[in-house]
Design a binder for this molecule. Structure first.
Ligand code: HSE
Length: 315
């Protein structure tokens, strides 16, 4: 047989989707947290989820009911591949957190298989197949978490069918502060509260925000980036699902956040700034509010991950 590897270890980073105004379109990869997959190529012809660690026993090992399994099967079928794959998943990202947990697992699985098979596709092409896993996680296929976890950086998904998955320049001094309160919001529930119609004047403001966020990336303008995060569609409907969201956002803005919005479907919240000192102040102000209300939280005070999914040494 070929010289292709039989086993591989990969990592896929967490991500923050929407960036406020770009619902189901924008996302960024978060430097630090992520999910891990060990994968073995087999001759069984089957995808098997052999073990899942870190999910508290909540995820199904039945491939058809698991985001990584569904994505992997979609990819193998797209390239007409008959090899089997044994998947060992180590979850470091909490479920229902707004940190792209399901996306990271699907990305890691599809990326690992592509590497084991000698890279029949490039990373950008893989986004479409990894996104199939979102059908299980949230009931619809959207790739705003998948694209940044796969590619790293800041991404824009215009169309999966036409493979219009774009990478935007990451403003140099961009600091991201993501706070994850220990409450769970299911993406499928957070999607049920969304409006099915919006006023034209709301749509106009929203698409001016998405367009200017793109301009902000190209012009390295973080103040404009922050203003462009204003979300008139999802945030007004979802804010009630997130405990103390208004206070947290107000506190972050008060200490200098350039922008603040719900991270993905929540409950995590994303704030941005252009310097370390302010990033620390934002993190502290968010933490103080949750502490006051006796809600535990994790804070990622970090930068954008620019590498995306990658091969790592065995852990
Ligand atoms: N764009 C998605 C949402 C992100 O906000 O529902 C979660 O997959």
């Amino acid at each position: 047989m070929s010289k292709l590897k039989k086993t591989i270890h990969v990592f896929a980073p967490a991500s923050s989707a929407n960036l406020g105004s770009g619902f189901d379109v924008f996302g960024l990869a978060i430097d630090g947290p992520g999910d891990y997959v060990r994968m073995e190529r087999t001759t069984t012809g089957k995808v098997r989820i052999c073990s899942i660690k870190g999910d508290g026993g909540r995820l199904s090992k039945v491939p058809e009911q698991n985001t990584a399994g569904v994505a992997l099967m979609a990819f193998l079928s797209a390239i007409d591949e008959r090899s089997g794959m044994d998947v060992y998943l180590q979850k470091k990202l909490p479920l229902g957190s707004g940190l792209g947990s399901s996306a990271a697992s699907a990305v890691a699985a599809v990326f690992a298989a592509n590497e084991l098979l000698g890279r029949p596709m490039n990373k950008r092409q893989l986004v479409r197949w990894a996104a199939e896993g979102e059908r299980v996680a949230s009931g619809s296929v959207h790739a705003d978490n998948i694209a940044p976890s796969m590619l790293g950086g800041i991404t824009l998904v215009r169309s999966l069918e036409e493979e219009d998955v774009l990478s935007l320049p990451v403003p140099k001094r961009l600091h991201v502060i993501v706070v994850h309160p220990h409450v769970e919001v299911k993406t499928s529930d957070a999607r049920k509260v969304l409006p099915t119609k919006i006023l034209l004047k709301t749509a106009i403001q929203q698409w001016s925000n998405t367009a200017s966020l793109v301009a902000a990336c190209y012009n390295n303008d973080l103040a404009l980036f922050g203003r462009s995060m204003e979300d008139l569609v999802a945030e007004p409907a979802r804010r009630v699902l997130l405990p103390y969201y208004d206070s947290i956002k107000a506190a972050a803005i008060q200490v200098g956040a350039l922008g603040c919005s719900i991270s993905g479907a929540g409950p995590s919240i994303l704030a941005i700034t252009d310097n370390t000192k302010q990033a620390d102040a934002i993190a502290a102000s968010m933490k103080r509010i949750y502490k006051h209300h006796r809600i535990g939280c994790d804070i990622y005070n970090t930068k954008v991950d620019t590498k995306g999914a990658r091969v790592i040494k065995p852990r």
